[in-house]
Design a protein around this ligand. Structure first.
Ligand SMILES: [Zn+2]
Length: 215
């Protein structure tokens, strides 16, 4: 499945949303990279179940984007036709320090685990699966984040976000990757607080704490 198809699907989902963006005037917003060719901000979306974010400014923007990434994983994995969910992940996506756990954060909700590591640290597939998203799926909405999503079954996916683009994502859409295979490199693209991988697992259409599946 190509990113363009999933983007169209997502765009139709966005069009149905009535949630407005709580966009404050936090000066950190000015540091967020935006492509010159795409002045349109990321449209607001209905948060995925369990991913509701509240607040304003940078924090709310970041939570909103992370909810959008998880929603993209939900839509792409549902059509993967890969069969049942695998029960365990083989390895962490990269060696590093957990800088932000899954759960409530800054008055909102952090729907993944942040693993901080030096720039360019290899990011590895956490289990065997099929790459369903690779690249910058929200660039048209002004979000420069590089993302990889791997489907491991019809109802289960891993998501790796804010990846490097100076040393770009190496995983290709449609490719079968093995556990431990390098798919990208650690970066800080999009709305990011520093070099880390935002890693999450999507199970049965919602983002869940990935640590329960990790060794
Ligand atoms: Zn994160």
């Amino acid at each position: 499945m190509s990113v363009s198809i999933t983007r169209r699907r997502f765009a139709s989902l966005l069009a149905t949303s009535a949630v407005s963006l709580a966009c404050g005037l936090d000066p950190r917003q000015a540091q967020a990279p935006k492509p010159a060719s795409s002045p349109t901000p990321l449209p607001s979306i209905e948060p995925a179940t369990g991913d509701a974010s509240v607040g304003s400014g940078f924090d709310a923007e970041l939570h909103q984007r992370e909810a959008a990434y998880a929603q993209l994983a939900v839509s792409t994995v549902a059509g993967s036709q890969l069969g049942p969910f695998i029960q365990k992940l083989a390895n962490w996506p990269l060696a590093g320090r957990v800088s932000s756990p899954f759960g409530p954060r800054w008055g909102g909700f952090h729907n993944g685990v942040d693993v901080a590591a030096p720039l360019y640290t290899p990011v590895r597939a956490a289990a065997r699966g099929q790459v369903v998203v690779a690249g910058k799926p929200f660039l048209a909405y002004g979000d420069t984040a590089s993302i990889v999503i791997i489907a491991h079954g019809n109802s289960f996916a891993t998501l790796y976000a804010l990846l490097n683009d100076e040393r770009p994502v190496v995983a290709k859409v449609g490719e079968i990757v093995e556990a431990g295979q390098v798919i990208a490199f650690n970066g800080s693209t999009g709305w990011s607080t520093g070099p880390h991988v935002h890693f999450t697992t999507v199970l049965n259409a919602r983002a869940v704490d990935p640590t329960q599946f990790l060794p």
